[in-house]
Design a protein around this ligand. Sequence first.
Ligand SMILES: Cc1cc2nc3c(=O)[nH]c(=O)nc-3n(C[C@H](O)[C@H](O)[C@H](O)COP(=O)(O)OP(=O)(O)OC[C@H]3O[C@@H](n4cnc5c(N)ncnc54)[C@H](O)[C@@H]3O)c2cc1C
Length: 384
Amino acid sequence: MRRLNFPAPELPAGARKLRREVRAFLNEALRDVPMPGRALSWDACNPEFSRRMGAAGFIGVSFPPEYGGGGRSQLERFVVLEECLAAGAPTGFHWFADRQSGPLILRYGSEELKRAVVPRICRGELCFCIGMSEPGSGSDLASLRTRARRSGSGWIVNGTKLWTTNAQRADYMIALFRTGEGARRREGLSQFLVDLRNTPGIRVAPIRDLAGREHFNEVHFEDALLAEDALIGEENNGWAQVIEELALERAGPERYLSCQTLLNELLRILKARGAGDAAAGAVGSAVAQLGALRAMSLSVAAMLQAGESPNLEAAMVKDMGTRFEQSIPSLAQELVDLPPEASADALPYQQVLRLMTLLAPSFSLRGGSGEILRGIIARGLGLR
Ligand SMILES: Cc1cc2nc3c(=O)[nH]c(=O)nc-3n(C[C@H](O)[C@H](O)[C@H](O)COP(=O)(O)OP(=O)(O)OC[C@H]3O[C@@H](n4cnc5c(N)ncnc54)[C@H](O)[C@@H]3O)c2cc1C
């Protein structure tokens, strides 16, 4: 039976200095951004901020230097992410590219593609989106129906992607399409790089979320023609590639720090008002959980650095982490008698609380739902 494994890594020698540098950069870059403007953090896009991050060397930290990266370890990258999330930095424009699309291209892309795209990711110039989910194919991803058919000059794509975050502003989508039949549904899938700016036949329609934001979309492919070399990796090997990609997507600190601005504001309010023992105990328990999740996430980063595939451990960080971050808005409401409030004269704490209360239900859906992750963990451990 497979056992769960979370070895405790040491941060590399340069991590402390790197942390100081990132913190100084963020203090300066975010000096004039008020708390409510920080609440969305990795969900907020600011292309200019991403370019500044790129110029400072804080994107593609673990990518090879020959493609513009920092050549550092996953653990040093972890330090950069952690500082960005703790400060509520608007990193959404480059987040997916840095986290998964860049690594995917580095692993499976052609040399020409790596040289053309990865340095631009590192400079914070490119926004990527992830085209996996479709109507009726979210949890059951292998049932997806959008099809890429070979044509004389490339591939013709028809179908619809759903919930595609940032498709309205992205330069590229990494998409999973059906390319073959195969005895099993997973066998006929392939990954493609879709140039969203220069491909006719692609229509992006926004979807509004509970908080009134339009950040995810429906993306319709209507006889969209992709070049022959848009295929990434091997034809019909898309499932294996996507599973690797999901390990990168699931275990990072963004899976338990999405409510960090709210937690910071809650602590500030409690301190100002003088927290009683019960509040101190509740906050202490939350911070202890945060510490445990951090140790687990750091451990996954170390396993990725060692070339392992910690899919089960990543699923566990995502499930436990998102349940933790979802608990913060209700903890805040239990401890402080101030309602969520949108108006400009409400306290920053109330504005952040409102936003996080509205968004928190989505935390355990994006990146794979809790039920599905627990199924993966149980199967991996031989329990089902
Ligand atoms: C904010 C946000 C951003 C997103 N961004 C992207 C993106 O950029 N790209 C992308 O491709 N997708 C994106 N998604 C989609 C996300 O991956 C899916 O929402 C998720 O995989 C769930 O799929 P679904 O919405 O189709 O729900 P369903 O699969 O229909 O599931 C609905 C509910 O039923 C439960 N359920 C389903 N099957 C089972 C089962 N077998 N056993 C037990 N319970 C089950 C699920 O856990 C869930 O609670 C995003 C979603 C959100 C909320």
